[in-house]
Write a protein that binds this ligand. Sequence first.
Ligand code: ADP
Length: 493
Amino acid sequence: MKQKYVIAFDQGTTSTRSIIFDNKGKVVAISQKELTQHYPQSGWVEHDPEEIYKDQLETFNNVLTESGISPEEVEGIGITNQRETTVVWNKETGNPIHNAIVWLDKRTIDICKDLEEKGLTNYVRKNTGLVIDSYFSGTKLKWILDNVEGARELAKKDKLCFGTIDSWLIYKFTNGKRHVTDHTNASRTMIFNIKTLSWDKKLLKALDIPASILPEVQPSSSDFGAIEYKGVKIPIYGVAGDQQASLFGQGGFEAGVAKNTYGTGCFILLNTGEKRVKSKKGLLTTLICSLENEPVNYALEGSVFAGGASIQWLRDKMKLIDKASETETICESIPPLKNVYVVPAFAGLGAPHWDGEARGSVYGMTLDTGREELIKATVNALAYQTKDVMRAMEKDSGENIFTLKVDGGASANNYLMQFQSDLLNIEVDRPKMIEVTAFGAALLAGIKAGVWSKYDINDIRQVDTIFFPKMDEDLRKSNYKGWKKAIKRTKRN
Ligand code: ADP
């Protein structure tokens, strides 16, 4: 039988990659380029969209050349991308009119305040599932239209396109033939209505965004156009924002499945099925990967700002470790901590505490507290913060979560995964395949191409380790009680 392959484009905040998967979901080839970060002012972060396209094209060429796989053997391409990052380009020239404004960029805080003053807080929550924040694309798009000379005139003449990175890449790779995006990316713009599944007229008006510049929104697994490579047309059959792609790659297409990606930050998503849960705890409601001819489903999303970033802090600022991976043996080398807590609120506290003024703190130190204890308390904080988010998810959704699927750099830490399982009192399931996000995008493309059905995911996704809870109930409770006390003392609001 002819071997079939699917390629994932994984366009992240710091790197751009192409990965070839075979039809058993095995990685055959990877090519990666680092992405230049531009910081034109304090709080501003930009990327060059042309560099992103160039790097994507180069890594795509590299994986095909290095693997010797011919374009005819590639059944489809799936794109997963950094979410919310905003590009505006000229329809006629295909050139961006400004650098991409990255999700981290804070320049639109005043536009957000203005929306709040217009009384739109509840409306945004109910109709987009999001909170008014500069994080999302809508206000970034308005900023470009308002601040780039001539942009408003070009928009009036229907000569501009807006897109998140997926749209931009598709536009370039199809030579301007397709201006499209998928449900997951659209749901992060703050101008997409997740109830009606269409661009929200009221919010477009409030932000003065003309509907003509918006992409068409399609299911995540559908036909997004084709890339012509050496005379062969390779279809783009999958598109999803990174966190939703990872949920899908973890087999999270059923209600009740939760995943956590332990990267620089931690991103936790719980599939709530057709239930669109409106959070009372400050979590976001978002669309998950959609398949053709199936209803669009929802997730609750919460994030922890300081995940792996606090391990980097131990390494780079405190100089307590040389490598992040050292933390595992150090944590295992000392007995369980008694009432020592690090609350890594370096950039405030996110869901469900929401306190931007809070700052990092250490509690419960005695003369016995040394380097190892401080390291262990910092690692433990990733698990405690995850528990806070998951408890909020359970309360909001009324569901009990039974398993947490994990990925991301810090999920390699066995101590952390065991402690996470102990603290949550549920199974923590780590797959063998660590490229879950790219795999999710490949799956979306492979499903449309007929290589897989969604039910194949759980066969392809092989378990590496399942961590079962072992901690005594009293200890679990008293540990968590201590953490809650530490949070209470850290909060300023
Ligand atoms: P991102 O995609 O956000 O760059 P990654 O998924 O590559 O993040 O994960 C890297 C993060 O995980 C870093 O912040 C690093 O400090 C942390 N990390 C990596 N390995 C470990 C480990 N074994 N234990 C704890 N933290 C780790």
